[in-house]
Design a protein around this ligand. Structure first.
Ligand code: UT7
Length: 332
């Protein structure tokens, strides 16, 4: 019997309707459309509006699109993994809420909190369940409602982030398609530069933490940028070297969408031209765990069976990594 690999067999995505443009941000903080575009590449981002709507609301349409495209029902799913740092609640896991909302009554589920690398971690974790031979349909979702933890008076962070989610279905394959290799890393020292100060067990919510605006993303952008450029490119280079891949062998780089300058640096290090780099940061900004699958969703029609893809990400933790996968289908 051939080795079982975990192949992506369907992709889904969802971004909310509300568009928060750079022009609108100019009215909220001291910034300009030109500064944001030049320094980040972002023109607009989406925001999930509505009382009581959390990250599961971003995941539900994604899960249903995946089921529809693959011709299965939610009851056919064995496992749902949601990568997010903005869960609906601290507990239960958003994966459980999604399963309940879509009627995935035979699935178990859990969340993975690895910030912008969350989807990479979740994809690799999901693949292990498939490769074990015990599970046949694993849904891996990456979604974040970043607007729920962004301070719209802080011009250094509010310009970057947006809301959105997407995901994939993993199924067993015996022809070598799917996940081939991953380099996953983390360094907790990086928490100093990117974190949320309160709301966890070390500093539970209080009137004081709310007054001090400690329930928002805190980021030292310059430091994070420095580490992101070096580590995302290193991980991508390592996965290429380990798998004897030259730039000609790679059809697509699927990079985390945090800053166009970080993406360009990674592509340059890999020797890839712009045409091979997935990019939608201009429309969605940084959706944290949503960026990688949102790229796959946007570019699905251009992907061909057998294409070699390298996914790469860097984010809070610090967490980072790269995954090499072989695309398993042509889109009709
Ligand atoms: O996905 C999670 C991981 N996160 C990332 O990968 C983000 C990495 N970091 C970045 O993308 C960039 O550091 C930022 C986009 C956050 C900031 O860009 P930068 O080029 O690193 O700007 P900076 O922080 O060095 O600031 C340069 C100047 C400063 O003014 P002075 O001190 O030179 O007078 C800032 O105060 O730009 C100012 N500035 C702004 N000006 C207009 C900072 N934010 C803004 C703004 N509009 N929104």
């Amino acid at each position: 019997m051939n080795k079982i690999t975990a192949a992506i067999t369907a992709v889904g995505g969802y971004v909310p309707d509300y568009v928060l443009s750079n022009k609108e941000l100019e009215k909220l903080v001291d910034t300009t459309d030109e500064w944001i575009i030049t320094r980040t590449g972002i023109t607009e981002r989406r925001i999930l509006k509505g009382e009581g709507k959390g990250t599961s609301e971003l995941c539900v349409p994604v899960a249903l699109e995946i089921c529809r495209k693959r011709g299965i029902t939610p009851a056919d799913i064995d496992l749902i993994i949601v990568a997010t740092v903005t869960p609906d609640m601290v507990f239960p896991a958003t994966a459980n809420i999604v399963a309940d909302k879509i009627g995935a009554k035979n699935a178990f589920g859990f969340d993975i909190a690895a910030a912008c690398s969350g989807f990479l971690y979740a994809l690799d974790t999901g693949a292990r369940f498939i490769e074990s031979g015990r599970y046949k349909r694993v849904m891996v979702l990456g979604a974040d409602k970043m607007s729920s933890i962004i301070d719209y008076t802080d011009r250094t962070t509010c310009i970057i982030f947006g809301d959105g989610g997407a995901g994939v279905l993993l199924e067993p394959n015996e022809e070598g398609y799917g996940l081939i290799d991953s380099v996953l890393k983390s360094d907790g020292h990086g928490r100093e530069y990117l974190h949320m100060k309160a709301g966890g067990s070390a500093k539970p919510a209080s009137i004081e933490t709310v007054t001090n605006r400690e329930h928002y993303v805190y980021q030292e952008g310059k430091m994070v940028f420095k580490y992101a450029v070096a580590n995302m490119a290193d991980a991508a280079a390592e996965i290429m070297e380990r798998n004897n891949l030259s730039s000609d062998d790679i059809a697509w780089l699927v990079p985390h969408q945090a800053n166009k300058r970080i993406i360009d640096a990674t592509a340059h290090r890999m020797g890839l031209p712009e045409e091979k780099v997935m990019m939608n940061i201009q429309r969605y900004g940084n959706t944290t765990a949503g960026t990688l699958p949102l790229c796959l969703w946007d570019y699905e029609k251009q992907l061909k069976k057998g294409d070699n893809l390298v996914l790469a990400a860097f984010g809070g933790g610090f967490t980072w990594g790269a995954t090499y996968l072989k695309w398993g289908y042509d889109t009709k």
